[in-house]
Ligand binder design. Structure first.
Ligand SMILES: Cc1ncc(COP(=O)(O)O)c(C=O)c1O
Length: 485
């Protein structure tokens, strides 16, 4: 048994020979190849860059929506450093704020400073949660904010269980891997399993590849998924007659739902409308806390400040990070006050949290996102990009489905629109072509056949046109190569 696992692991590993081949086959210039040699000789190979790309470009500088590698080659940025540089790389105003703050105060643990207080006030103001008042707690990374939210939810409710959806991504620290039900990650979580065992999973209402099977004639994929999920929860909570549980009651040992409102790392998948509303109803009925992880979906990405606003609900806790610090690491949990006030002084400690540079940059980010017309601009640019992609869809049957809200865009590639069979090789081929032509984006999906498009929210129309041109060529080439019309 262990030999089998060992063999599988050996196949996952990248040998020195694989690396040499990847470098030789890459479309990069000589300086890039030399830097890649140094990189691979010095850093761990367990990095996302090597999973997503055959070899990632070595980026030396960037401006707005364009990246430049060490050979000076340009790339259209449809990745934003995995959702971090939402206002564009080296945004002038953010750079200026960081420079000015660096002359005043860089960081001092855990004494408050004006930028930090301003940021907590602003987050409370713009992030509506349940209850009359809210409180904010800062972290450094997305994962530590998720852990903090889970811990606070358990502490406040006195209940052990956290429920999350299969396919969600909430981090890879030892507690957050337990709530990262993204199947592709699981082989890396052992032999020491997640240290958090009080976790339950349920299927995510992914309409296009429904975990409940295909919708019957006359029922939409969205409706089908949501109704099946609702039924699932009725059994789970024992609110329906079930062979497993006979007692009907409102008593539960669930502290919280911890959810991505849309599944981002799993492929930028938009669930059935009504998903969060359903969870909110269950939370209200059973006294469960609703924790919404807005690390990727929040801060204007979907055209609203927070994705949960689309469902017209209020969570109990909201987690934000990534784009929040304009590129400087910071995370925050915004919560209804009674939850974060249920514990005493010193209950939470993190040396680097609330960094002054990050807060100063973050305040500029929040000011920009909430300035008049900014979100309308996101919606308009998202529509322009999506219209272009839908035009490509009308010409390339490979594009089975497009999920889009604001500039949150997921594209699903299929071999056949009827069977929806994932076009795995085609997807890998197109990403490779795009990198060669000067564009980066994320490829993921439950079945490795989705493109996640995360350009800066400030992407220019001319850059969108350039991206559409690169996709057009790559889809045409893939259609020729794989023989589909
Ligand atoms: C939705 C979501 N939650 C949590 C995390 C973890 O954040 P970090 O990598 O900063 O720990 C991520 C990272 O991709 C994420 O996308």
């Amino acid at each position: 048994m262990f030999e089998e696992i060992h063999d599988q692991r050996m196949r996952l590993r990248l040998s020195a020979q694989d690396m040499e081949q990847r470098i030789a086959a890459s479309p990069f210039g000589e300086r890039s190849k030399a830097w890649a040699q140094r990189w691979l000789a010095s850093e761990s190979h367990g990095q996302v860059g090597l999973a997503l790309f055959n070899l990632p470009p070595i980026i030396e500088r960037a401006q707005g929506d364009i990246l430049y590698d060490v050979d000076g080659k340009e790339y259209v940025d449809l990745l934003s450093g995995f959702s971090v540089s939402a206002l564009g790389q080296c945004n002038e105003e953010i750079s200026k704020v960081i420079q000015e703050q660096s002359k005043k105060l860089i960081h001092y643990f855990d004494l408050p400073h004006p930028e930090r207080i301003r940021m907590a006030e602003k987050l409370s103001e713009i992030c509506p949660v349940q209850g009359d008042a809210s409180r904010v707690v800062f972290g450094v990374t997305g994962s530590d904010a998720v852990e903090l939210a889970m811990r606070a939810a358990r502490y406040a409710t006195g209940r052990p269980l956290i429920l999350t959806a299969y396919g969600d991504y909430h981090g890879v620290t030892y507690s957050t891997i337990a709530v990262t039900g993204k199947g592709g990650m699981w082989p890396y979580f052992y032999p020491v399993p997640p240290l958090d065992t009080g976790i339950g999973y349920y299927p995510f209402p992914y309409p296009y590849q429904s975990p409940f099977g295909r919708a019957p004639e006359g029922v939409s994929d969205e409706q089908w998924c949501l109704e099946r999920l609702e039924e699932y929860f009725e059994y789970y909570f024992g609110s329906k007659e079930s062979p497993y549980r006979e007692v009907k009651s409102n008593i539960t040992n669930v502290a919280a739902f911890l959810v991505e409102p849309y599944q981002s790392s799993a492929g930028y998948i938009i669930p059935s409308p009504g998903y969060l509303k359903l969870l909110r109803r269950l939370c209200d009925k059973y006294g469960i806390l609703l924790i919404v992880d807005e690390i990727q979906t929040g801060l204007g990405r979907t055209g609203k400040l927070w994705c949960y606003e689309w469902e017209d609900i209020k969570p109990d806790m909201v987690i934000t990070s990534k784009a929040l610090g304009g590129g400087i690491p910071i995370s925050a949990v915004v919560s209804r006050a009674d939850v974060l006030e249920s514990w005493g002084a010193g209950a939470h400690v993190s040396t680097q949290a609330g960094n002054a540079l990050a807060c100063a940059a973050g305040n500029k980010v929040l000011e920009t996102l909430t300035s008049p017309g900014f979100l309308d601009g996101v919606t308009e640019r998202g529509r322009y990009f999506t219209d272009g992609l839908r035009e490509l869809q009308s010409r390339y049957p490979l594009i089975g489905d497009i999920d889009a809200k604001g500039i949150y865009i997921g594209i699903e590639l299929v071999k056949d629109r009827e069977t929806r069979e994932p076009a795995v090789e085609e997807s890998a081929f197109i990403l490779k072509e795009a990198v060669r032509d000067g564009m980066v984006f994320e490829k993921g999906g439950y079945f490795h056949n989705r493109f996640q498009l995360i350009p800066p929210l400030t992407i220019r129309k001319e850059t969108i046109d350039r991206a559409l041109g690169i996709f057009d060529r790559a889809f045409a080439e893939a259609t020729k190569q794989f023989g589909r019309t």
